[in-house]
Ligand binder design. Structure first.
Ligand SMILES: [Ca+2]
Length: 208
């Protein structure tokens, strides 16, 4: 099995589709092999299983109110995932969404990226992070820094998955990307700014 078809198989299962769907994607194979990057969640037809987890819905620290797909903004295709948030300021609050993945072995991939958009009228100061839940113990694993989000623009948040990556609070070994359980994205306000409105997430992708 060639590298591209191996990735194709992984992606088709990540998306929860069968081998027929994978065969249907073969036309895109050359592009995948060339770009070595594949969109795993594009929010074109559904939320692809993404949710605001129950614990976040009942936590005072977490302020995401509603989640749906929207054609108001997109960095890939025609729609994105829209998260309605209510950052009231005065202390740390976050808006977190996640999805459990079906294929946990990401050995073939070197990085994960997600695009996040906040409207032009939103204040500066909001920041975003990718969070993975990994391993047999389902360890919550955050990036070691948050990425500033620029109002009116898409911001790409990228994390490296390979051994020795500098993006986490520890240096991951080869084991790290063999057991990925969940992908999460969190936008946070550390005491400020105050913002109530939409945040858009799109084009969640893996690259070699
Ligand atoms: Ca999209």
């Amino acid at each position: 099995m060639g590298r591209a078809s191996g990735i194709l198989k992984t992606v088709s299962v990540l998306r929860g589709r069968g081998p027929l769907a994978a065969a249907g994607m073969i036309l895109g194979m050359a592009a995948i092999a060339q770009a070595a990057e594949i969109v795993i969640y594009g929010f074109e037809e559904s939320l692809d299983g993404w949710t605001i987890p129950q614990w976040a819905q009942v936590s005072e620290d977490y302020v995401a109110k509603d989640l749906k797909i929207s054609s108001e903004q997109a960095s890939e295709g025609h729609s994105s995932m829209r998260l309605w948030v209510d950052f009231h300021g005065g202390r740390w609050t976050g808006a977190y969404v996640e999805r459990q993945v079906e294929v946990t072995d990401w050995t073939g991939f070197g990085s994960l990226a997600a695009d996040v958009f906040i409207p032009a009228e939103a204040p500066a100061g909001l920041q975003g992070k990718i969070i993975l839940t990994v391993g047999d113990q389902w360890k919550w694993t955050e990036m070691n820094r948050a990425i500033p989000l620029t109002p009116g623009k898409w911001t790409t948040i990228t994390v490296q998955l390979k051994p020795g990556s500098m993006d986490w609070s520890f240096f991951p070994d080869e084991q790290f990307r063999t057991s990925v359980r969940k992908i999460g994205v969190r936008v946070e306000s550390n005491q400020k700014p105050v913002y109530s409105g939409p945040i858009y997430i799109d084009n969640i992708r893996l690259a070699e």
